[in-house]
Ligand binder design. Structure first.
Ligand SMILES: Cc1ncc(COP(=O)(O)O)c(C=O)c1O
Length: 394
């Protein structure tokens, strides 16, 4: 039977040779390859600073802990609230909790799958310190309106862009609208470094703080290292610790992969877009009949289709269609974690919910997606289309 996995290897001989060259060089821990990848990534997105870390979750962890760090001007007080969409990946929210902040869950629009801005407005209160938009499945949150809202209320804006590298919105790449943007290079994402992530910011103070928190609270990778050393002549400058921290560093092997993959990003994304456009056309009649509808790109967005998500007209149809696809070798997934407020983990997390989260429930109960990866060929696309149409006998 034909298999259509959610994702397949997007790397080849280029990445393998680059990784082998790093292994042969003997220098494996964060060094010149990582720096080159950070510079290349920053140039691709047109941002001042990019920091390579070992996962997208680590990128979110670093962002959250930077915002509460006393060394940051205007840092967030403990218990401050951060508004997040109910439909996202778990590690958008866990780092907020781990940093001592309170997540406030708002609804997601079941047409676009993105956080609902009316609900964000309703969620803003005296304790709000930040908003964390998440560009779900390659689509984009309406960032111009959200930026204005954050500015009006003087809130930090952290964009979780782990599912949307290269998505263009209002003339820019998503992840570059907020104070911080975070990215994931996990195997199934827009580019891969095996595991890996990136944090970007135009705020040099934040970048410097995150360089310190990324590696033990150590000055070693800080740009302003010399000034710190001059302030503490009594301490061996090679081992000067000026803050708390983690070890979230990626390796030179991951960076070597990333340097090859970033050159392919825009081509990969074109294929993801082609895939979705093909299916949108193929399913036009089924969509019109009301059996299901695909995710709608938000206004001004060229979605990069992390997968091809649909909302079925009811739960029963979602179950039956999902089973039919799986039986025919097409791998499917629920729409990431569904409505996270319904996940058992939330029983032990202090949080606030705004509104009834009906859109998030619809996405969880009636939504599913299959892959739209760049290695799919035209036969794969037709196979998926015919399998779906076969289910409806269309
Ligand atoms: C929205 C979102 N945030 C964060 C992450 C975490 O990224 P990673 O798997 O690289 O830790 C993911 C992973 O898929 C994600 O989808």
């Amino acid at each position: 039977m034909r298999k259509i996995p959610l994702n397949e290897c997007t790397f080849g001989e280029d990445e393998i040779q680059a990784a082998i060259a790093v292994l042969r060089s003997g220098h494996l821990t964060m060094g010149s390859q990582c720096e080159a990848f950070e510079n290349r990534f920053a140039r691709e997105l047109g941002v001042r600073n990019a920091l390579f870390v070992n996962s997208g979750s680590s990128a979110n962890l670093l962002a959250a802990f930077a915002l509460v760090n006393p060394a940051l001007q205007g840092h967030c007080p403990p218990g401050g609230e951060v508004i997040v969409p109910a439909v996202t990946w778990s590690t958008t929210i866990w780092p907020i909790v781990q940093a001592g902040l309170t997540p406030v869950l708002v609804d997601s629009d079941p047409q676009t799958f993105q956080m609902d801005l009316q609900q964000v407005k309703a969620a803003i209160g005296p304790k709000t310190v930040g908003i964390c938009p998440v560009h779900v499945l390659g689509n984009a949150v309406p960032m111009i309106a959200l930026q204005a809202l954050a500015k009006q209320h003087d809130l930090w804006l952290i964009e979780d862009t782990c599912e949307a590298l290269g998505t263009r919105h209002a003339g820019k790449d998503v992840g570059t609208f907020g104070d911080i943007g975070t990215f994931s290079f996990y195997f199934s994402h827009h580019i891969t470094t095996i595991e890996g992530g990136m944090v970007v910011t135009d705020n040099d103070e934040l970048a410097e703080l995150m360089r310190c928190l990324r590696a033990h609270g150590w000055t070693r990778q800080m740009k302003g290292r010399a000034a710190m050393e001059a302030k503490h002549p009594e301490i061996d400058p090679r081992f000067l610790f000026v803050n708390t921290g983690f070890n979230l560093r990626a390796t030179e092997i991951n960076a070597a992969f990333g340097l090859k993959q970033i050159e392919k990003l825009r081509t990969f994304n074109k294929t993801r877009i082609r895939n979705a456009e093909f299916w949108n056309k193929e399913f036009a009649t089924l969509i019109q009949t009301g059996y299901f509808r695909p995710m709608q790109p938000t206004e001004g967005t060229e979605s990069t289709w992390f997968g091809y998500p649909i909302i079925c007209k009811d739960i029963e149809l979602r179950k039956q269609l999902g089973a039919h696809l799986e039986k025919n070798g097409i791998e499917t997934r629920p729409v990431i974690c569904g409505n996270l407020a319904r996940q058992p983990a939330f029983k032990m997390i202090p949080h606030r919910i705004v509104g009834a989260l009906k859109g998030a429930d619809e996405i969880m109960d009636c939504g599913l997606f299959w892959g739209s990866h760049p290695v799919m060929n035209e036969n794969d696309l037709s196979y998926v289309a015919n399998t779906v149409k076969g289910f409806f006998k269309a």
